[in-house]
Design a protein around this ligand. Structure first.
Ligand code: KIV
Length: 276
C-alpha cells in the first residue's frame, strides 16, 4: 500500500468519508498508528508538552522536530506524515519558512508540513507551496499564540472572532492549503467552515461535523498525567497499567524473582570448569 496523499484526502471529503489523524513522536507508537490504518500522523509540536515536559509548545526547536519526524517516517509505511513547524520557524521571513519546511521533507522524509495562523500567514503558505511542499493550516486555538490569547481558551464564540475564523479558513483555502485543523471552536461554527471551504477540516475540540479528527496520542491512550482538555476521550487508560507493571518489576527485582530461569542464558559446565 502506498502512503496516503493529498488527493486521497480531498476525495475522502468529496465522498463524505471521515479522515483520521493522530500525533506520534516515537518509533514504537508511530508504527502502531500506521498499522492501525490512521490516514495521517502528525509529528506535533505537542512533543513539547507530552514528551519533553515543557508547559507549552514555545520551547520546541526545529532540531527537536526533525529528530522525532525522522523516527516517525522510519516507523510508518502507509500514513501521510506531517511535520509541525515549531514557533519561530516560519515567522521571521518567507525564506526561513521555506528552508525549514524543506528540512521536514529533505532531512526527515515528511510528506507535508503544518503551520499555525490564518490570513496573516497566506504569503508564507504560498511560498512553501511554491517549493512544492503541501501545507496544512491550523486555526482556532493555536497553542503557539498562548500568550497573545492569555491562556488556552475556546475561540470563535462571539461574532467578531467567529467572523475572523471563517475569513481565515477562506484565506487559507484560497492560498492552497490541503486541509485545515480547527482547534477548540464551537461545533456549529466548525460545521459552517467545513461546509464552506473546498479542503478537508480536521477537528480537535471542534465537534463532529469536521471532515476528520485529530487527538494527541498520549491523551487518547491515557498515558499523560498532566492537564487533559474536555474534548479528549481516553480510548484506553494505560497509565495505571504501566504503573502496575513498573511496581511489579521493582518488587520482583527486589525479591530476586526476576529474572527467572526462562530469561537466562546457559553455559556448558566444561567451559566453566576450565575458566580458572
Ligand atoms: O501539536 C499538535 O499536536 C497539534 C494538534 C493538537 C493539532 O498541533
Amino acid at each position: 500500500m502506498a502512503r496516503v496523499t493529498v488527493s486521497v484526502l480531498k476525495d475522502k471529503k468529496k465522498r463524505k468519508e471521515k479522515i483520521s489523524m493522530l500525533t506520534a513522536y516515537d518509533y514504537s507508537l508511530a508504527g502502531m498508528v500506521d498499522e492501525a490504518g490512521i490516514d495521517m500522523i502528525l509529528v506535533g509540536d505537542s512533543l513539547g508538552n507530552v514528551v519533553l515536559g515543557y508547559d507549552n509548545t514555545l520551547a520546541v526547536t526545529m532540531d527537536d522536530m526533525i529528530h522525532h519526524s525522522k523516527t516517525v517516517v522510519r516507523a510508518s509505511k502507509n500514513a501521510m506524515v506531517v511535520g509541525d513547524m515549531p514557533f519561530l520557524s516560519y515567522h521571521i521571513s518567507k525564506k526561513e519558512a521555506v528552508r525549514n519546511a524543506g528540512r521536514f521533507v529533505q532531512e526527515a522524509g515528511c510528506q507535508a508540513v503544518k503551520l499555525e495562523g490564518g490570513s496573516e500567514r497566506v504569503d508564507t503558505v504560498k511560498a512553501i507551496l511554491d517549493a512544492q511542499i503541501p501545507v496544512m493550516g491550523h486555526i482556532g486555538l493555536t497553542p503557539q499564540s498562548v500568550h497573545q490569547f492569555g491562556g488556552f481558551k475556546v475561540q470563535g464564540k462571539d461574532l467578531e472572532t467567529a467572523k475572523k475564523l471563517v475569513e481565515d479558513a477562506r484565506a487559507l483555502d484560497q492560498a492552497g492549503v490541503y486541509c485545515i485543523v480547527l482547534e477548540c471552536v464551537p461545533s456549529e461554527l466548525a460545521r459552517r467552515v467545513t461546509e464552506e471551504i473546498s479542503v478537508p477540516t480536521i477537528g480537535i475540540g471542534a465537534g463532529p461535523y469536521c471532515d476528520g479528527q485529530v487527538l494527541v496520542i498520549n491523551d487518547m491512550l491515557g498515558m499523560f498525567k498532566g492537564f487533559i482538555p474536555k474534548f479528549v476521550r481516553k480510548f484506553a487508560n494505560l497509565e495505571p497499567l504501566i504503573m502496575e507493571a513498573l511496581k511489579s518489576y521493582k518488587a520482583e527485582v527486589e525479591a530476586g524473582t526476576f529474572p527467572a530461569e526462562e530469561h537466562c542464558f546457559t553455559i556448558k559446565e566444561e567451559v566453566l570448569d576450565r575458566l580458572y
